[in-house]
Design a protein around this ligand. Structure first.
Ligand code: ZN
Length: 836
């Protein structure tokens, strides 16, 4: 029974992927869409597209294979894009990965593809596949790709990137193509990852391609001249009258879902050629990637009869009365069910069910009024069943899963009349939380930890509560599964569906993500407790403190009511400089421990997401000296440096460019531009002369990193300096002290090699490529196998003051509370204060 359920999960999520609307909202399917689904039902072709990140995929190609060729088309994104930037909100890292996962699902709902993942984590920029493989754990990612191939059984695999050009693009990109190249031969070999064969079969795809374009050749001219013997091509500019859209219009809408990456774009129409370079497998017998591959039902035993039935159904389809094909559809459903096991059976039965429901206007919904529920809680489920056709439909039974609550419900579903029922269910006390499954255990930098291997690949965690409807349609028994949903009518939005979440009884919100102990060794930590259920327990809130830290009081007692309340602890830090973590926990009388915080991620283009993470605050003990009182700061693209400077007692005035002419600049010990100021601030060219003058008169002007393209003024430095794309991505890279006597390494804080330990994500980016010898170089970083780069921090005395250009990633290190980075940054701010 247990195994059967796992198999069911595997087929339902990884194989059927999007057919049972994962966005919770029922899909409203028009007759045109039913017709397109029938065409797809008659096709057994399958494509797997492989790349590294959400947004790498070619949505035109995915839409074309799905909507024009009617192939089962899946995008395997090896990562969830945790390492990217977020242009629409504050979420970064894991939380950004959740947004980007949902953006991919939103894109697939538009272009009709399926979406799967591997466990690989997007750990940030990587210069080459060797580093990528080391950090990801190559074998684990190969395991996941082979698993995806065996489950999805593609005829052809298409790589987005070239596996032969390491070093020319992100290491994750080349890496994705290299792994796909290897996995292609492994998936069909039963000796490789034999454990997977308990749940699926080996599968040998026919062909592997690289989805190339002129861009990979350097220019259109070079591509024109290149030998194209190995290339096949497709004109993907099709127009779909059934959908009223061109392929590229659909593709642009799909791609525009990657909003947190700023990928919104215009649609286009008309003929457009995509190229596919043949890499291995059986060479195509014609000029198209699928040439010579049988994609009809004839390819399987007993399939010709099925194909004939589907063709007849398509011919007789009546757009005004789709239910008229129901008797034939039920017959087809039974015929497919009676086929021997084959790679397509489960998937096609699922498609059949979806078409049957659409043709009958069958609406089956189980909803609750609770958005978030707690293990042990009793909830009411409201059922609404309606048949909006003349087909004969009877309901026999409903089963609420996984609690196995069976309800006999023998009734006819008459034309257009709602049947309803209300049933209460008590969640088991061991119900699992609906948290993203890849975040439940701590993984490594490069790989999520997923204990239940059956979950690998799934885009999201299956919802906990679902309903199985046992129906009889035109005399044929059929089981239909649906998640229990939460929906509400909202005055400003109308009907809103949200995923039904199972959450812990208590969640804890730390009010301070980070606490700095700099001048004072005593700080207040505020902890908000949310109790999501009423009971008569008396529970205890306490802190798990690192050695040397003391809390006063040591605990708070909590009552068992449903409430939200704030509790404070006075934390005393030891003298020794360090960075630690404190965790909050609630211990209940019956021995449960709750220690999670709950985030909600809410945007219009994706379903609301609820995420549980450890309730933790970073404690940073700094022994830092500062001679700086006040600085001026102008934000560029946006960073959080000013709030962290305030934490160590430095007054930080936030200004805009328009303030410059009227501001007394001499009041500032230093003046800083935020990240990418030269790229983002219109009018910076007008402000620069006054700021350079300020530096010359004894001030200290500091520029942080800018990208080398799209700089809005060339006159940002008193001496020649050019920005390159040089970066040091290894946050643990060796450091060479070039000028140990330089003021910036000694005053007011003494800096040594230990201050470069425990940095995060990277050392820095877009370092200057050339610079005048007026600049001092004081430290150098290097990535593995590369030369030391000395230009991460360039300091030039200028008149009576200083000018500094620094590509070091201060915007990452300060918010992460890295003590050494704070000290060096304060020394940079202090450059002009020491001798004045
Ligand atoms: Zn990418």
């Amino acid at each position: 029974m247990k195994k059967k359920k796992l198999l069911f999960l595997l087929f339902n999520i990884l194989f059927l992927a999007l057919t049972n609307s994962i966005a919770q909202k029922p899909i409203e399917i028009t007759s045109s869409e039913i017709y397109a689904k029938l065409q797809k039902l008659g096709n057994l072709g399958s494509v797997l597209y492989i790349a590294a990140h959400p947004d790498d995929e070619n949505t035109s190609v995915i839409s074309y294979f799905n909507n024009y060729k009617h192939f089962n088309t899946t995008y395997l994104s090896l990562t969830r894009g945790d390492g990217g930037q977020n242009l629409i909100g504050p979420e970064i890292r894991e939380l950004l990965g959740i947004i980007r996962t949902q953006e991919l699902l939103a894109a697939r709902r538009i272009d009709g593809g399926n979406q799967v993942f591997s466990r690989a984590n997007d750990f940030g920029y990587s210069k080459g596949p060797e580093e990528t493989f080391r950090i990801w754990d190559k074998d684990s990612v190969l395991y996941d790709i082979v698993w995806a191939i065996r489950c999805l059984k593609p005829d052809i695999i298409i790589n987005r990137f070239d596996h032969r050009t390491p070093g020319t693009t992100h290491g994750h990109h080349t890496g994705s193509a290299m792994l796909s190249f290897e996995a292609f031969d492994m998936a069909g070999n039963p000796d490789i990852f034999p454990g997977q064969l308990k749940y699926t079969e080996v599968w040998q795809p026919k062909r592997l391609f690289f989805n190339t374009s002129w861009w990979f050749y350097g220019s259109r001219e070079k591509f024109e001249e290149a030998n194209k013997d190995n290339l096949t091509s497709l004109d993907i500019g099709a127009y779909y009258p059934l959908l009223g859209q061109s392929n590229n219009e659909i593709s642009a809408k799909s791609r525009s879902q990657h909003r947190c990456q700023g990928f919104g774009r215009l649609g286009s129409r008309g003929s457009e050629i995509e190229y596919f370079e043949f890499l291995k497998g059986e060479k195509p017998s014609g000029d198209q990637p699928f040439a010579g591959i049988n994609t009809s039902w004839d390819r399987i035993n007993g399939g010709s009869e099925i194909q004939a039935k589907i063709d007849r159904i398509i011919q007789s389809f009546n757009f005004e009365a789709p239910h008229k094909i129901i008797p034939d559809l039920m017959n087809l459903y039974q015929s497919i069910k009676m086929l021997d096991h084959n790679p397509y059976k489960e998937k096609k039965l699922g498609e059949c069910k979806e078409i049957i429901q659409a043709c009958t206007g069958l609406f089956l919904e189980a909803k609750t009024n609770n958005h978030k529920i707690v293990p042990g809680e009793e909830i009411m489920i409201d059922f609404e069943l309606i048949n909006r056709s003349n087909s004969n439909i009877d309901v026999h039974k409903i089963i609420i899963l996984p609690v196995d609550k069976e309800i006999e419900w023998k009734e006819k579903l008459p034309f257009n009349r709602v049947l309803s029922k209300q049933i209460s269910v008590t969640l088991p006390s061991n119900a699992t939380y609906t948290n993203p499954y890849w975040l439940n255990q701590e993984g490594t930098l490069g790989l999520y930890s997923v204990q239940d291997k059956q979950l690998i690949g799934m885009p999201e965690t299956p919802r906990y509560l679902s309903v199985q409807y046992e129906l009889e349609i035109e005399g044929v028994k059929i089981l239909i599964d649906r998640d229990v949903v939460f929906k509400s009518g909202e005055p400003d939005k109308g009907e809103v569906y949200k995923p039904l979440e199972v959450i812990p009884e208590y969640t804890i919100e730390m009010q301070n993500p980070i606490l700095f102990f700099s001048e004072e060794n005593r700080k207040t930590l505020n902890v908000k407790v949310n109790h999501h259920i009423n009971n008569d327990n008396t529970d205890t809130l306490l802190l798990k403190l690192p050695d040397g830290f003391i809390a006063e009081p040591t605990y708070h007692l909590l009552s068992g009511e449903n409430y939200q309340d704030l509790f404070s602890f006075e934390i005393t830090a030891p003298e020794k400089e360090q960075k630690q973590e404190v965790l909050a926990e609630i211990h209940t009388k019956d021995g449960n421990i709750y220690s999670r915080t709950m985030h909600s991620i809410s945007y219009d283009h994706i379903p609301e997401q609820t995420v549980l993470q450890p309730a933790a605050t970073t404690l940073v003990r700094l022994q830092i000296k500062s001679t700086v009182d006040k600085i001026g700061y102008i934000q560029g693209a946006g960073d959080r440096i000013p709030e962290f400077l305030k934490e160590i007692g430095i007054q930080c005035d936030l200004l805009s460019l328009s303030d410059i002419p009227t501001t007394e600049l001499n009041q500032y010990d230093a003046f800083i531009f935020g990240i990418r100021a030269l790229n983002t601030l219109d009018g910076i060219d007008n402000a620069m002369p006054a700021l350079l003058e300020y530096a010359k008169n004894g001030g200290n002007l500091i520029l942080q990193y800018n990208t080398n393209r799209g700089v809005k003024t060339e006159n940002f430095s008193p001496y020649p300096l050019t920005i390159s794309r040089d970066r040091v991505t290894d946050e643990n890279s060796p450091v060479k002290i070039l000028d140990p006597d330089h003021q910036v390494l000694n005053t007011p804080n003494s800096i040594n090699e230990s201050d470069f330990k425990n940095w995060v994500q990277e050392r820095g980016l877009y370092f200057p490529g050339t610079w005048s010898d007026k600049f001092d170089t004081v430290i150098a970083f290097k990535d593995p196998g590369e030369e030391y780069l000395p230009s991460g921090l360039l300091i030039a005395p200028y008149g009576k003051g200083n000018y500094v250009y620094t590509g070091i990633s201060w915007f990452r290190e300060l918010p992460a509370g890295v003590p050494g980075a704070f000290k060096l940054f304060v020394n940079i701010l202090s450059l002009s204060t020491i001798n004045n």
